[in-house]
Design a protein around this ligand. Structure first.
Ligand SMILES: NC(=O)c1ccc[n+]([C@@H]2O[C@H](COP(=O)([O-])OP(=O)(O)OC[C@H]3O[C@@H](n4cnc5c(N)ncnc54)[C@H](OP(=O)(O)O)[C@@H]3O)[C@@H](O)[C@H]2O)c1
Length: 431
């Protein structure tokens, strides 16, 4: 059997998963790829760390040159994360004609174009299945299996941590703080959860998915972003009453060459398949103009699920032509030029929760403001009447309207003496 050497940059969660899969599934990998794959070097920061794995000491290095200068290493697998030194290591490996596999969404979403260009110019393959939704084969799904389609829209639950938190808040009726703590104890959320709960992680992933789905360059700044820290138990309760589940959705829609890209908490009809995605699971629901609606569902993180995506990329490279020049262009995101919709131009349905003074005529004043701003209301909830003059919660659900009309309504509502606070505004998707 032919032999091929590869190297890992990083032996954390994902690197460990990759190592384990090569031990667990040696026979499958060899038979399917036609090669005996040897992980011949692994780059780490701390050589002495106990990793609970039976890895020969001589494989571990802290010097990237051991990998870069070994001509027998044909594939470099970057699973260390961050921008630098990951980016410089990948660029030097490409220049030394090594094929690349990476799981690094932050790097791809912010510096992907530079890496793809370098890979193309050097005739090396560059694969990144694990960068979005861990074990779910969405990148290769779009890039290979769905190329006969024009993708019309895509909705993703692409962050397991926030989905876990929202699921806990919904199913166990706990508040955000308690759910976040549990996510941290379970290892789903980092000690600093900002990237997940403020939506940055989903923003990176949507930029990658949109670039690939629409063959265009997408900058992270083109993606509108809101996180889930504002979602309260009350919103979850009202959503239930209205027949919705709240999910952090990454959404892209194509309108006559203009892309609408947004990440924010979204009310999804409870009977929609995305409404039934619980725990730390991920899902991507998309519509192609030939295939129709499709949903991909699975584990978006974890050592083995993410390792599964990384190892399948390694096998794909080895099967393609690991010894030769890559003839398939890497860059697929400069085929069309697209414009991006401003958030104010987006049309949506909205849930608005407000605290107002409970007095006769207040509801009339508020609905008048919505009317003046061209916002039609679909329903209003006022639960339990208190004593006149006290604060009460009102919940409004609108029909389709422009974001700009909602913003002007809220500005006008704040001018009313009877409105104490607009507590939350959550967009509703109907699909
Ligand atoms: N975790 C997931 O489930 C998941 C899912 C999808 C994608 N990803 C992506 O996969 C990548 C890796 O994630 P992870 O969770 O496996 O990270 P991790 O557990 O923090 O592991 C990072 C590894 O890289 C090594 N490393 C970091 N900086 C280094 C440097 N400057 N020089 C040498 N080695 C260095 C670390 O070495 P030491 O061990 O010596 O510290 C560690 O082994 C990230 O891009 C992440 O976004 C992760």
């Amino acid at each position: 059997m032919k032999k091929v050497k590869i190297a890992l940059l990083g032996l954390g969660n994902v690197g460990t998963g990759v190592w384990k899969i090569f031990q667990m599934n040696k026979d499958e990998i060899e038979k399917r790829s036609g090669y005996e794959v040897k992980i011949s070097k692994i780059l780490v920061r701390d050589k002495k760390k106990n990793r609970g794995l039976d890895i020969p000491e001589e494989l571990i290095t802290t010097n990237f040159k051991d990998i870069l200068e070994d001509d027998e290493i044909k594939v470099v697998v970057e699973v260390m994360g961050g921008i630098e030194p990951a980016k410089s290591y990948i660029l030097s490996a490409i220049k030394n004609k090594k094929h690349i596999v990476t799981a690094n969404k932050m790097l791809l979403a912010t510096r992907g174009d530079e890496l793809f260009k370098e890979a193309d110019e050097n005739g090396v393959m560059f694969r990144y299945e694990a960068s979005v939704a861990g074990g779910i084969p969405i990148i290769n799904g779009i890039n290979e299996s769905l190329t006969a389609n024009k993708i019309e829209n895509l909705y993703g639950i692409v962050n397991g941590t926030t989905n876990y938190i929202l699921s806990k808040m919904d199913l166990e009726k706990v508040n955000f703080k308690t759910a976040l703590k549990e996510a941290q104890v379970k290892g789903y959320a980092e000690a600093d959860p900002t990237s997940d709960v403020d939506g940055y992680d989903s923003q990176y992933k949507l930029a990658i998915l949109a670039a690939l789905s629409f063959g265009t360059q997408v900058d992270v700044s083109n993606v509108y972003r809101e996180g889930i820290t504002n979602i309260s138990s009350l919103d979850i309760e009202y959503a239930r009453e209205l027949g919705y589940k709240i999910k952090l959705l990454a959404i892209v829609k194509n309108h006559d060459n203009k892309l609408e890209l947004r990440v924010h908490p979204t009310m999804v009809p409870e009977e929609h398949p995305l409404g039934a995605v619980y725990d730390s699971f991920n899902a991507i629901f998309l519509k192609g103009n030939a295939v129709g609606e499709l949903m991909f569902y699975g584990r978006g993180a974890g050592d083995l699920p993410t390792g599964s995506a990384v190892v399948s990329d390694i096998i794909a490279i080895i099967k393609e032509d690991v010894e030769g020049e890559n003839k398939i262009p890497v860059v697929k995101n400069n085929l069309w030029k697209k414009e991006f919709k401003e958030m104010s131009e987006v049309t949506c349905r909205y849930y608005i929760r407000a605290t107002v003074i409970d007095e006769p005529g207040v509801l009339g004043e508020i609905t008048k403001v919505f009317g003046e701003n061209k916002v039609s209301l679909r329903s209003v909830i006022q639960r339990g009447r208190r004593h006149s003059g006290q604060y009460v919660t009102l919940v409004f659900e609108t029909y389709l309207t422009k974001e700009t009309n909602i913003i002007s309504s809220i500005d006008s509502l704040y001018e009313l003496k009877s409105v104490n606070k607009i507590d939350n505004l959550i967009r509703i998707e109907e699909f």
